[in-house]
Design a protein around this ligand. Structure first.
Ligand code: SF4
Length: 244
């Protein structure tokens, strides 16, 4: 059962049984379809449908989240608890923050286990498509969590930035360990090894900034996938959602 999400919660909040919808466009992106001009064949679409319905049966989306007050900020560094997070240009991108929210999400290990079985059975096309479904599912879950945080933040009178993850946008993967100290993965069964790889592999860790003056939408408008109807703060119409 899921707990209520308090965006300033200093104790880890666990969200389970989330009604997640896999973004089909993301699956095709992982398959290498980059533009709307790249149209899959009927065979690929049949495989795609089979893999998405298998993935939706196998996934177990869960999220853990914890907020920590910000102790100091500069152009490229956020100081929080005993950690220094080195994220290029983050001072300009996120503005003044009150706290950061660290989150870890996973769709579990069943999708990758089934994909492995399919590889071993030499059913390569379905195995590769299912692997893309797993990657798209956890991306969709991270978007879902970001939207949920924005919805909770509005109730608390603060804003939430877009998420960033170690290994992206110039943030060193090695700081994954710092992120796990801010928000441990064990409540949802996600572990980190010394090389900073997460298990299950279909997992994403992320950081958001919080505060009344936080800047939002630094790389895309969060509202475009958000399912919150009649939100008075909506900045663009919803195109589609990752909420079932
Ligand atoms: S519609 Fe936009 S502002 Fe409103 S909760 Fe969703 S993401 Fe936040």
């Amino acid at each position: 059962m899921s707990e209520a999400l308090g965006v300033r919660s200093s104790v880890p909040v666990v969200l389970l049984d989330l009604p997640l919808r896999i973004d089909r466009g993301e699956v095709l992106r992982f398959q290498g379809y980059k533009t709307s001009a790249d149209v899959p064949t009927a065979d690929v679409l049949a495989l795609f449908d089979e893999a998405v319905s298998l993935g939706e049966r196998l996934m177990a989306p869960r999220v853990v989240y914890r907020a920590t007050p910000v102790a100091g900020q500069s152009a490229d560094v956020i100081e929080v608890a005993r950690e220094q997070l080195h994220i290029p240009d983050i001072g300009r991108l996120w503005g003044r923050l009150e706290a950061v929210g660290a989150g870890i999400c996973t769709v579990g290990e069943a999708i990758e286990a089934r994909a492995r079985e399919l590889f071993e059975a030499r059913e390569f096309p379905l195995a590769v498509m299912l692997d893309s479904v797993g990657s798209a599912a956890v991306e969709s879950l991270a978007e879902y969590a970001n939207d949920l945080l924005c919805q909770a933040a509005l109730r608390e009178g603060v804003k939430v930035t877009n998420r960033v993850s170690p290994g992206y946008a110039g943030w060193d993967t090695a700081e994954q360990a710092a992120l796990f100290r801010l928000c441990p993965g064990y409540p949802i069964g996600v572990t980190l090894n010394e090389a900073c790889f997460m298990t299950p592999t279909k997992s994403i860790s992320f950081l958001t900034g919080l505060g009344p003056e936080a800047r939002v939408d630094h790389y895309f408008t969060q509202c475009r996938r958000c399912w919150m109807r009649d939100c008075g703060y909506r900045r663009m119409p919803a195109e589609h959602t990752v909420h079932r």
